[in-house]
Ligand binder design. Structure first.
Ligand code: HEM
Length: 485
């Protein structure tokens, strides 16, 4: 009864409050079941802006994408890093960065620039070589002309996980692969299954063997091991040096920081590759159009392609693949469900547009949930279907999308926004393009008949690209030389 009496009451100027009757949990169970449906229901009742009591926190959701800019541009009163520094350390197993490690947070944020500009070129080039290495040895073996079958998620996972790992962290020797990758992938998947609970701050001790699995993964990144790797990216070299400067960090803490980068670099990219490939295989016209685009880009550059030889695609070539990029954007639109979180640093009135503002209390969370925009029929006609050319127009990437007749500044947000925007986004798109180009060029692929359509598994809602709710079987074989340009 006391708890119910202490429940928060809506103050003048504050958005409608959705509390639920369960003390502490509030509406957490309804939200967890199907966030998108829950939010749409609240929108019908309360409009585009409302506050929800979720697991002890008050989240003010802003669902109208025309209002997103007012949240994204608020830097001083709305902070992203406070939230990140509360949830990431216990999830990945390192001590909070802002407490006790002066300057480290700023150094880490600066290091993210090492995924952009000239570094993006180096990363992309290295990824190409590593993708070829893994694909060639595991899937494009000479003499392997017959059909092979397998799980499509495992295929995408095994190739992208290892090639990304080699690109970001380096390998044992030039052109060589690490031992024990399969075991590492399995451990990673075990950890990943618990990821939503860890982010929800469930103590790791309550999650069975998760702590032991995480320790095993972290041990892969102990400084002594990493110092012998070659081809390590500048991002990781710089971060290792930064971590060395902080004497109170233990080796396992440093390993945990690197492990967090591993999660960031493959946790979303692997399911993104899966979804785009799956949607393309379900739509033969789209698949052929994208394949022809890749072939045309190669032909125009005079590049010679043969299934027996390794291929290189330059950054410029990747940039010119508009239909491929559109298919990736469309795949991300359909499969991403990240929440953009900002924590209010003081009581203040958030100006939303000319007419509207919302009073916010210190410590409250402002949340954008772009999936509701991605699925809005006013913006995207027939939003549930995959249209590979939705983001292409007259041979260019299409960027004008409208809601209520007004052009949207933000229309596709799989990578977050503003201060919390993913620093690896350009690399991510490039590597997904590389993976798909190689797969479409070297392989004939088909879904095995008689399978049900897979859907999104919502257990990771709010945290990035959703996983499929079931496995997909497919078969593939090396394309014949006569099919090449
Ligand atoms: C952060 C999405 C690939 C590195 C984020 C965030 C999103 C995101 C939504 C912001 C999280 C938040 O607001 O709390 C994606 C998607 C990817 C992808 C959809 C692939 C399809 C990558 C890759 C890297 C990367 C390949 C490379 C290492 C990071 C890092 C952060 C981050 C380091 C944290 C940034 C910070 O703390 O300020 N990503 N990401 N991501 N991403 Fe990505």
């Amino acid at each position: 009864l006391c708890l119910i009496c202490l429940r928060r009451k809506r103050r003048p100027g504050e958005p409608p409050l959705v509390s639920g009757w369960i003390p502490f949990l509030g509406k957490a169970l309804d939200f967890g079941r199907d966030a998108q449906a829950f939010l749409q229901e609240q929108r019908r009742r309360h409009g585009d802006v409302f506050t929800v009591h979720l697991a002890g926190k008050y989240l003010t959701f802003i669902l109208d994408p025309l209002l997103y800019p007012s949240v994204v541009k608020q830097g001083r009163q709305l902070d992203f890093h406070q939230f990140a520094d509360t949830v990431a350390p216990p999830t990945f197993g390192y001590p909070p960065v802002r407490k006790g490690f002066p300057g480290l947070s700023e150094q880490i944020n600066r290091s993210f620039q090492l995924m952009q500009g000239e570094h993006l070129g180096t990363l992309t080039e290295s990824m190409m070589g590593n993708l070829m290495l893994v694909l060639r040895q595991d899937h494009l073996c000479a003499g392997g002309g017959g059909w092979k079958s397998g799980s499509m998620f495992d295929f995408c996972n095994s190739v992208m996980f290892e090639a990304t790992f080699l690109t970001i962290f380096g390998g044992p020797e030039r052109g060589r692969r690490h031992e024990g990758m399969e075991e590492m992938r399995e451990d990673f998947q075990r950890f990943d299954r618990m990821f939503p609970l860890l982010i929800a701050q469930v103590p790791i001790g309550l999650l069975g063997r998760t702590r032991a699995v995480r320790s095993k993964l972290i041990d892969r990144f102990l400084p002594d091991r990493m110092s012998s790797w070659t081809g390590t990216s500048q991002l990781i070299k710089t971060r290792s040096q930064l971590l060395e400067q902080h004497a109170s960090l233990r080796d396992t803490d440093k390993g945990a920081h690197h492990f967090a980068i591993l999660w960031a670099s493959v946790g979303n990219t692997v399911p993104a590759c899966f979804w785009v490939l799956y949607f393309l295989l379900r739509d033969p016209e789209a698949l052929e159009a994208v394949r022809q685009e890749v072939l045309e880009v190669l032909r125009l550059s005079g590049g010679k392609f043969s299934p027996e030889e390794d291929l290189t695609l330059s950054r410029e070539q990747l940039d010119s693949m508009v239909l491929l990029e559109s298919s990736i954007s469309e795949g991300l639109r359909l499969s991403s469900a990240s929440t953009n979180i900002r924590v209010s640093q003081e009581d203040f009135s958030l100006r939303l547009d000319e007419e509207r503002s919302a009073s916010v209390r210190k410590g409250d969370v402002i949340a954008l949930y772009p999936q509701s925009m991605h699925m809005d029929p006013d913006i995207y006609q027939d939003p549930q279907s995959f249209r590979y050319d939705r983001f292409a127009q007259d041979g260019r990437v299409k960027t004008d999308f409208y809601k209520s007749g007004q052009k949207l500044k933000f229309f596709l947000m799989p990578f977050g926004s503003g201060a919390s925007m993913c620093p690896g986004r350009h690399f991510a798109v490039n590597e997904i393009k590389q993976f798909l180009s190689l797969v479409l060029l070297y392989l004939d692929l088909d879904l095995q008949p008689g399978q049900n359509r897979v859907s999104l598994d919502y257990s990771r809602a709010g945290l990035g690209i959703l996983l499929p709710d079931a496995d997909v079987r497919f078969h593939y074989r090396l394309r014949a030389a006569s099919q090449s340009p």
